[in-house]
Design a protein around this ligand. Structure first.
Ligand code: SF4
Length: 336
């Protein structure tokens, strides 16, 4: 991050072809990997693990976790870093929410991450599909922690509200990079818009959600720009941060300008925590959903969401739901 200046932008000759030793990928070595793979195939689900060529899939799938990507495998945007294909998307599959829910049940997940391609072809950007998926997952698995990693819905508040009305426990929307590089890295998105989406999402549910965001390093960002991104996220009420090394999926994607050392990731983590983030995952192979269950929302947030969900269903609240419902107490121990 220290070697970059404005003139360097994305000159392909800057690309660091040789990966350093600390970028290591673990190969599948246990049956859980293959059983996760076959379950995903059986249920005809799409995962960001595969579509984005995530380097951690051997590890995550081997531990029986995956991040589901709903609304198809074709994205309407063409971000310079992302391996998901850009094409005219297919129609939404009405039974996909139920299939995702079934997967969480069969995998016995205690924490699920649900993401989607950007669906700028749909008026709601896929918000209703998120809503239906959250409802289906909760119905099939009432104790699960639900994390959504969403696009910006073109800043349509009513679409964002649809997602928040379904009451995810964690709302994740990635900044992906620093402000200066945003037009290069994700041309159809805006840095400030992403910040306001994060802030608005939290406000829509009176603060009763954990908000999370992530940035990739190694794209040419400067240290002062990273620190400003920290401040900007904190000023927009984000409390969970992820940072990982950008890896170039193909030669058509943006070059890697720098491989950040593990020590630098550790140092940035300490700085971010000192600035006020509640939880920070930082390391070369960290991705938005990597070890996502290591973070759990505050107990009062979990209790408030549970109460609101039950109230929305017209269920009476008993004293056991204040401040923390009994099922969540066990759950929290399970994922701690
Ligand atoms: S880090 Fe996330 S996207 Fe990557 S394999 Fe793990 S669950 Fe999938």
């Amino acid at each position: 991050m220290s070697i970059c200046g404005p003139k360097m932008k994305m000159d392909p000759t800057l690309h660091r072809e040789k990966k350093p030793d600390w970028i290591k990928v673990r190969l599948p070595n246990n049956p859980a990997f293959w059983s996760t793979k076959s379950l995903i195939t059986d249920l005809k689900l799409v995962t960001v693990c595969e579509e984005a060529q995530c380097p951690n899939r051997w590890e995550c799938w081997g531990q029986g976790t995956a991040t589901f990507m709903i609304a198809g495998d074709k994205c309407t945007r063409a971000c310079g870093f992302c391996a998901v294909k850009t094409a005219k998307p297919d129609a939404l599959e009405a039974d996909e929410p139920a299939r995702v829910a079934e997967a969480t049940r069969r995998m016995n997940l205690r924490h699920v991450v649900i993401t989607a391609v950007a669906r700028d072809d749909l008026r709601d950007g896929g918000a209703e599909h998120f809503q239906r998926t959250i409802h289906a997952v909760r119905e099939a698995n009432p104790e699960i922690i639900i994390e959504v990693l969403v696009p910006d819905f073109n800043d349509r508040d009513w679409a964002l509200q649809m997602v928040m009305d379904a009451r995810p426990h964690i709302f994740n929307h990635n900044l992906e990079t620093v402000e200066r590089l945003t037009p290069l890295v994700r041309s159809r998105a805006q840095y400030q818009r992403s910040l306001t989406v994060l802030k608005k999402a939290k406000a829509m549910v009176d603060g009763k959600v954990a908000t999370k965001s992530g940035i990739m390093l190694g794209l040419g960002e400067r240290r002062d720009e990273i620190l400003r991104a920290f401040d900007d996220l904190l000023a927009h009420d984000v409390t969970v941060l992820t940072m990982g090394q950008y890896l170039r999926p193909t030669q058509k994607h943006l070059p890697v300008v720098e491989y950040i050392t593990p020590d630098s990731f550790d140092e940035l983590k300490e700085i971010a925590l000192a600035k006020g983030f509640r939880h920070v995952a930082s390391g070369p192979l960290v991705r938005s959903s990597y070890h996502a269950a290591n973070f759990r929302p505050e107990l009062d947030v979990l209790a408030a969401i549970e109460a609101d969900v039950r109230a929305a269903k017209g269920l009476e609240l008993g004293p056991e739901h204040l401040p923390l419902p009994a099922p969540h107490a066990g759950l929290i121990q399970a994922i701690a």
